[in-house]
Ligand binder design. Sequence first.
Ligand code: VTB
Length: 317
Amino acid sequence: MNTDLALGLVRVTETAAINASKYMGRGDKNAADEAAVEGMRRMFDALPIRGTVVIGEGEMDEAPMLYIGEVLGSGDYEVDIAVDPLDGTSFVAKGMPNALAVVAIAEKGSLLHAPDMYMEKLVVGPKARGVVSLDVPLSENIKNVAKALKKDVSNVTVVIQDRPRHQHLMEEVRRVNARLKLFSDGDIQEALATCFEESGVDIMIGIGGAPEGVITAAAVKCVGGDFQGRLCPMNEEEKQRCFNMGIKDLSRVMQLDDIVKSDEVYFAATGVSDGNLLKGVVFLGKDRAKTSSIVMRAKTGTIRYINAIHNLSRRGY
Ligand code: VTB
């Protein structure tokens, strides 16, 4: 794969983030999302790829841009594309932290074409890779992670999305005396934080969107962490969609390599509002904006943080 793709991919998330951040606090989730989508779509066409969106904004009839199956790019290197132009649309609408523009690309055919349904997810960082499982109780995973990280259980922090469906998990964390951090939305960022020691979180577990799960898995693969997922169809129709995808055993836990099959994977994210890992967009004088992004490649394991100052009028924002 073209190693220059990293910088090109950052341009995609930077543009989405700048566009979306103009809607901070305006109370309009859809406008913020549409702005991010438009920016991302436009920048993809400058990339030397021929990419097919496998995780996107929806099916062709429900999304005008970045729909599943849409082909993007101006080159001939064939890749799968997974996008979440704005993870945390409600954060932007309310003017709150933790909104992120996110994208992953991978060798063609290597990303799970996850349907838009729930997925149970379990994520840990590189040092705890291989010691956790969605098939055992959370309390056991916490103890195993504590051992791997050489920490006392009481210093292990589990991050969980604040939803009634996770009540039993929260109780289990408290029962073993581990630490619990709750978040309201945006599980990609929270999950990825487990792979960065200084973030202070060690395990992410819970049920969230399956498309976000695939993007998270791509990111986790780049940093050498561990990700497990299990699709959670909520009705017969969703079950049928899983069977149609060739998933016969719904109770089977998918490992990271089942979800992201190649290590020719790139992940990029730009902060829209301030978050755990990245600062949000800051508008400066003279029509400039500052962005902070991360871009990573699984094959080499390189993690780059890119701060950029954009001249908005010259770049046509
Ligand atoms: C999940 C999570 C996302 O929305 O899809 C969540 O993966 C939806 O959960 O990152 P609910 O159905 O309980 O609201 C996000 O948090 C934000 O899009």
